[in-house]
Ligand binder design. Structure first.
Ligand code: ATP
Length: 261
């Protein structure tokens, strides 16, 4: 399996231009390094540019200024070395779990059946290979989606709130499995979440962003944890960094709403 890759943003700016409006700066002067094989969680107030950072790493959008680098080389577009997992990952409903995972392998022309079985085993779903998505719990569907992203054997996994909207038990169950999968696979992971506990219990480091235009306010070093446990000191630290940004983002939203109405 491919090992993790090193990701960098160097002084990245991203501006969006709508036809009838002033250009909007979503990111301004963002510097970030995601180390090879690390699991970095990314938190910040709504609209601060978290998904935009993921899209830049994915190559789905290009920066307006600065550089986006993978192992030192500029990102020019999407490629198989980066896999994406989002909240509502669409599996093919007419394919079994096994066939959904094989889909990724078809695209790569690899020996499919055996590899798909290995990936289902890695995510803990060996016994579910012949089930269709509707026969699986929401949590297990998300694990099939993860296995499918891993089928391309990317060095990087980009995860945009993959466990949001799930009940607490399912979420904790997925978090626990995910940490194990990350350890075994050695991938570099950037994981966006709104949930501070999730950020602190999953991330080796937690990057906290400012309100828009987003930049990295601080990176909190959580370290490697043996168990899925939240250290209250880390939780407090992340929240203290985030609090003012959430207030600023709300204030901005209020001003925008007032100017429109
Ligand atoms: N294609 C686009 N065109 C115009 N504006 C955009 C576009 N994509 C994102 N934006 C704006 O850029 C800002 C950052 O968006 P982004 O989705 O990256 O934030 P986020 O931190 O992921 O938000 P959330 O936590 O709510 O998901 C937002 O104000 C958003 O409206």
């Amino acid at each position: 399996m491919s090992q993790g890759l090193h990701l960098s943003l160097r002084n990245v700016t991203k501006t969006f231009q709508a036809d009838d409006a002033e250009p909007f700066t979503a990111l301004s002067g963002v510097d970030l390094d995601v180390r090879q094989g690390e699991l970095l969680t990314l938190v910040g107030p709504s609209g601060c540019g978290k998904s935009t950072i993921l899209a830049l790493f994915a190559g789905l959008t290009l920066p307006s200024g600065g550089e986006v680098l993978i192992d030192g080389a500029p990102v020019t577009g999407p490629a198989f070395d980066r896999g994406i997992v989002v909240q509502q990952y669409a599996l093919f409903p007419w394919r079994t779990a096994q066939a959904n995972v094989e889909f990724g392998l078809e695209a790569k022309g690899a020996p499919r059946r055996e590899r798909a079985r290995e990936l289902l085993e890695l995510v803990g779903l060996s016994g579910y290979a012949e089930r269709y998505p509707h026969e699986l719990s929401v949590g297990r569907r998300q694990l099939v989606a993860l296995a499918r992203s891993l089928a391309f054997d990317p060095g990087v996994l980009l995860m945009d709130e993959p466990f949001a909207g799930l009940d607490t038990r399912t979420r904790e169950w997925l978090q626990e499995r995910f940490v194990r999968i990350w350890r075994e696979s050695g991938k570099t992971v950037v994981f966006i979440t709104h949930d501070i506990d999730e950020a602190v219990c999953l991330g080796q480091r937690v990057a906290v962003m400012t309100a828009a235009p987003g930049r990295i306010k601080k990176i909190v070093d959580v370290g490697v944890q043996d168990e899925r446990r939240v250290d209250p000191a880390h939780r407090r630290h992340v929240w203290s960094l985030l609090r003012d940004e959430v207030v600023a983002a709300r204030e901005m939203e209020r001003k925008v709403a007032a100017s429109h109405g």
